[in-house]
Design a protein around this ligand. Structure first.
Ligand code: ADP
Ligand code: TRP
Length: 326
């Protein structure tokens, strides 16, 4: 089973990204029947980041984060989208069989422009590039969050149209694998944690910065002695995420029984976050000092991905009639 997923390199990774995506990507490599391909979607990130140094740095950040958090390059293939010009080449081919109406129906374009992202052609064509990412490696399964489900449907539709147009089943229709939504991680202001809300707890932030962010988690004004609400309480939800199950009844009692202040609970949360990511944070620091090691992983990932991509593109070019005569 070939698995593929991509992460936009539009900022630093936060604990929502970890529980909602990365942890699950890393777990998939444990099954030897899975052939996992993960890539840094830097061309997609260009729909929002227009500063070269930032885009390049972000790709490094995401690659280093994946490696620090347990992605094993001997079991998974990790590469950078922009290292493979065949991806935008296939995207162009696909765009010539993609009806405008299909893209006009996509929610993500409407949602993003409503958020203030420039309504560029790239943003509109985003799902076609995503289809190329998936189809170019003949992925069978694509783990994504619920918000990406429509993009998978678009990918299947486009693949079918390409195959029908050229009369050969060259492109494999992928299945979505909707990631377990057990953890919609709240941000420090109580909304969904997201870099676009500026409410994140970054996995690799310096300790004092992380402390400042945890201490500013929004809480209510229940007096220390009183029981604290649990529903809709961000601190409660975050503690639940990080507390080992055996310790949870005691922590839960701190809320329901009263007598424990929010300040104390925030310190406990900070300690748990640091413990959970201690090893990953150490590895991340090592990689910061050795960017060449990260580049080497991406280079070998590109080579491994190209083994499949070379074959798929040879078929697509042959059918489309691009490239040399023979
Ligand atoms: P952001 O909202 O910060 O821009 P992305 O949209 O780039 O994050 O999300 C990347 C991945 O992380 C997606 O698979 C998404 O489902 C997951 N994810 C992001 N934020 C959260 C969250 N608060 N809780 C759970 N999963 C999340
Ligand atoms: N659009 C995805 C997101 O915003 C990122 C992405 C780009 C992707 N290409 C992909 C995910 C291909 C899965 C497969 O999260």
């Amino acid at each position: 089973m070939r698995i593929l997923s991509g992460v936009q390199t539009s900022g630093k990774l936060h604990i929502g990204n970890y529980f909602g995506a990365i942890r699950q990507f890393v777990a998939l490599q444990e099954n030897p029947a899975n052939e996992c391909f993960y890539f840094l979607a830097d061309l997609h990130a260009m729909t929002t980041v227009h500063d070269g140094a930032t885009l390049r740095r972000n790709a490094f950040e995401v690659a280093a984060a994946f490696l620090a958090l347990g992605l094993d390059p001997s079991r998974s293939v990790l590469y950078r989208q922009s290292d493979i010009p065949e991806i935008p080449e296939l995207a162009w081919m696909l765009s010539t069989v993609t009806p405008m109406g299909l893209l006009q129906r996509c929610h993500s374009y409407k949602d993003k422009t409503a958020q203030g992202i420039v309504p560029s052609h790239g943003l509109f064509a985003y799902p076609v590039l995503m289809a190329a990412d998936i189809l170019i490696v003949k992925a069978n399964l694509v783990p994504v969050g619920k918000d990406q489900k429509q993009h998978l449907e678009v990918t299947r539709d486009i693949a079918g149209r390409f195959n029908d147009t050229y009369g050969e089943q060259v492109l494999t229709l992928p299945e979505p694998m909707i990631l377990a939504d057990v953890a919609v991680v709240p941000g420090i202001d109580g909304r969904k944690m997201s870099k676009s809300y500026g409410n994140t707890l970054e996995i690799f932030a310096p300790e004092n910065e992380l402390k400042r962010r945890v201490m500013s988690i929004v809480t209510d004004s229940t007096p220390v002695s009183e029981p604290k609400p649990t529903r809709g309480n961000t601190l409660y939800a975050l503690l639940k995420l990080f507390t080992p199950p055996a310790d949870w009844p005691a922590t839960r009692r701190c809320f329901t029984a009263g007598g424990t202040g929010y300040g104390e609970l925030k310190k406990r949360l900070l300690g748990l976050i640091l413990d959970t990511f201690r090893e990953a944070r150490r590895r991340r620091e090592e990689l910061e000092r050795d960017p060449g090691a990260v580049e080497a992983v991406l280079r070998s990932g590109r080579e491994r991905a190209m083994e499949v991509i070379g074959e798929v593109m040879a078929d697509c070019r042959r059918l489309a009639g691009t490239g040399p005569l023979t």
